[in-house]
Design a protein around this ligand. Structure first.
Ligand SMILES: Cc1ncc(COP(=O)(O)O)c(C=O)c1O
Length: 381
């Protein structure tokens, strides 16, 4: 089996699973309980918070645990909108965000907020000057993804942050779900106020995530209840999941320097092999792209048919993004990049992890070539 769908989710590391089982089985106290059993769980939670903060270069008090990227994004966007709506009701984002951002924006539009969706160029990038031009007196938030989940384009996060530092009343949120372990993340240097991460995208477990919230930034909670996480995110904490996420982040960060170089090599190998195929368009740009994603379209071949043919050979890739792959529509990101409807409907995404190697890539390349030939033969009139 070759698993090349790591942007959808990654395989948890063995050590991560072991930590989860140990904490879930032995330290199951509620961190809010006053007795020592609760105290032990609370200690584990604090330790994980410190570890994650250190790895991200921020303070432990600025990390809030959530159930994943979707919740972190919703909390960041709606939480700031609810808090700062008296200051203004205008938000800037891009036209290629993950639905956990774009759908949250649409919901805010129904509540009277105005959203500017910035267009992207043919590489899937927004321009810093377009962000600045879109700023109004009533702009309260700019939300931009670090790495696009469908094509891997890296947005100019640092340049936008530097520009926004001249507008201190505007908050800057970055969806870094696809960036962790694949591109360096510099929260303070890039003037980021809020940043979302998700455990299962870096070999942790599903249902775990975190939001970095810079000290001094206020947020209205989306969940009310027991006032956990300093009342920003009520709900009994998922202690084993958080401990597992901290371990996954540490292991990922430790491996990331060599891992990134290795993923780049695999990506290069795949790109040069794929580019020999007739009627293929490679949608992932060469520059400003993360090392783990390679998106391409095969003219005349339906992406569902293609991925199922690969699956029969034990190879797992995906159409566009996992959440939209069942919706059977053209990729939103590809359309925004100016790709034709036909090619946007036949997008295939290969996504790598630190665990993949070049031998797997060679096998996949051969399988892709063979499958394309077979499908094109069948389709010939
Ligand atoms: C860019 C991006 N943001 C947010 C999410 C949502 O994360 P989660 O699956 O943890 O809710 C994803 C998941 O694919 C993603 O790729």
């Amino acid at each position: 089996m070759i698993y090349f769908d790591n942007s959808a989710t990654t395989k948890p590391y063995r050590e991560v699973l072991d930590s989860y089982v140990k904490v879930a089985g032995e330290y199951y106290g509620n961190p809010s309980s006053l007795h020592s059993y609760g105290g032990q769980a609370e200690k584990l939670l604090s330790h994980a918070r410190e570890q994650i903060a250190k790895l991200l270069g921020v303070k432990a008090s600025e990390i809030y645990f959530t159930s994943g990227g979707t919740e972190s994004n919703n909390l960041a966007i709606k939480g700031t909108a609810l808090t700062y709506h008296n200051r203004g009701r205008h938000i800037i984002t891009t036209s290629v965000e993950h639905p956990s951002v774009s759908d949250a924006m649409e919901q805010l539009e129904l509540q009277g907020f105005e959203i500017t969706y910035l267009p992207v160029d043919e590489a899937g990038r927004i321009s810093v000057s377009a962000v600045e031009r879109a700023i109004r007196k009533d702009t309260i938030l700019v939300s931009v993804m670090h790495v696009n989940n469908e094509v891997g384009t890296i947005q100019p996060i640092k340049e936008i942050g530097t520009m926004l530092s001249r507008y201190p009343s505007i908050l800057y949120h970055v969806d870094a779900v696809q960036a962790v372990g694949k591109v360096p993340i510099h929260i303070a240097e890039n003037h980021i106020d809020l940043l979302s991460i998700s455990g299962h995208k870096f070999h942790g477990l599903k249902g775990t995530g975190a939001l970095f919230l810079r000290e001094g930034v206020r947020l209205t909670p989306l969940f009310n209840g027991g006032q956990q996480e300093k009342n920003i995110r009520s709900g009994t904490e998922n202690v084993p999941g958080v401990v597992a996420m901290a371990k996954a982040l540490r292991l990922t960060m430790n491996k990331s320097e060599t891992g990134i170089a290795e993923m780049r090599n695999i990506q290069r190998l795949l790109r040069s092999g794929l580019s020999c195929i007739e009627d293929i368009q490679i949608n992932t740009p060469i520059e400003n792209a993360a090392p783990h994603i390679l998106n391409f379209s095969l003219r005349g071949i339906r992406s569902e048919v293609f991925i199922h043919s690969l699956e029969q050979q034990g190879i797992y890739v995906s159409t566009t993004s996992a959440c939209s792959s069942k919706r059977k529509s053209a990729s939103k990101t590809l359309l925004a990049m100016g790709v034709s409807e036909e090619l946007a409907e036949s997008g295939i995404r290969i996504s790598l992890s630190l665990e993949n190697n070049e031998d797997e890539a060679r096998i996949v390349l051969e399988a892709i070539k063979k499958t394309v030939n077979q499908l094109r033969k069948v389709m010939k009139p």
